[in-house]
Design a protein around this ligand. Sequence first.
Ligand code: FES
Length: 87
Amino acid sequence: AFDVELAATGRTLRVPADRSILDVLGEAGVAVMSSCEEGTCGTCETAVLAGEPDHRDSVLSERERASGRTLMICVSRARGDRLVLDL
Ligand code: FES
């Protein structure tokens, strides 16, 4: 599990091992656009302000992956304890 902080409000949400960031945001009433929910369409792309993403999508290029500045929240996760997202 890891925490996701929403930069706009400072709100922090816990993402358990068996849930996606997208699911947790949806349950918390935070609306984010999504479509495939399988890491293939790119709709849920979200900017990362801090923390290191654990990329599990098939959309981003190697360069984008390496930058650590964006992730697909329907499938990707955090390597550490916390991500700060531009939401
Ligand atoms: Fe398609 Fe996340 S909803 S990549």
